[in-house]
Design a protein around this ligand. Sequence first.
Ligand code: TRP
Length: 334
Amino acid sequence: MKSNNEKVILSGMRPTGKLHIGHYVGALENWVALQKDYKNYHLIADYHTLTTNLDTTMVFEDSIEMAIDWIASGIDPEKSPIFRQSKIKEHTELFLIFSMLITKARLEKNPTLKEQIKAMNLQTITYGHLGYPVLQAADILLYKGDLVPVGEDQVPHVEITRQIAGVFNEKYCLPDGHSIFPIPEPKITQFARLPGLDGKAKMSKSLDNTILLSDDEEKIKTKMKKAFTDPNKLRKGDKGNPDICLVYTYHKKFNGNEINEIREGCKSGSLGCFDCKMNISSKISGYFAAIREKRAELEQKKKEVLEILEDGENKARSVAVQTMTEVREAMKLG
Ligand code: TRP
């Protein structure tokens, strides 16, 4: 049995540019905590963006912006390499081999893909889109990831990864009989998704309902004014129902100290929605102040950020090259 600090965690995200506080609560906060106990690799899944968007003009810039948010949030790139998938050719190499180990029918059953097709109203999908969980399997297994921190929607991809690792290990092993790949497990992110400002279940750039990690207090206030509250509470004095109020959800996460007063004030009517929104805006702003400051600093030093990525890519590459050497050996490819 491996101890925790021998276990490898591979976490990944598509580069979508500046991150929002939902990314922080749903993933980053967890990644930062995991650094203490495990060996972590942080992948910027830039090739994955091609599955749903062939316009690549923003991919480079979006990757840098995302790395800035990761570092500002507390990922220590010295300890936990941050790297772009497209900079390490071994990902595509292992992807090719893995694509022979899983059937088309199995990939077509993937519920996450089905949902994506429905949500985007796609009439047809590309070969690469169907196969992207196989690329994800290569992302994870190149670094011999034991654990993959993911939300529910990504669990099917970890299952595909487990299946591929199992098939590979059964067919090929090192001359001494050892398997190359671990069978990774999903590590489900604890906190529920942070709802969007419009009351939708999820914050998302495409829904334009986000608070960005880079937003300052003024910006948060402006956005918060439009946030969804109890529709029956029209003015101060009206009794509200905090349990159906989005702003109350934010208080629960970011203003635990005052939660009872907020709840009672809303229910009795003594607290108006405007004041409640201004209060939570300043709490959210305070909660992220240090991150915002650090990210603003890094924005001025993008060259250094790029160097951090290149350093992470060198570290990741040496692991990836070693794994591919083993794969070739096991497959007797010479
Ligand atoms: N597929 C993931 C997403 O769309 C991103 C991703 C790519 C990933 N490779 C990964 C996540 C490896 C975890 C591990 O969000």
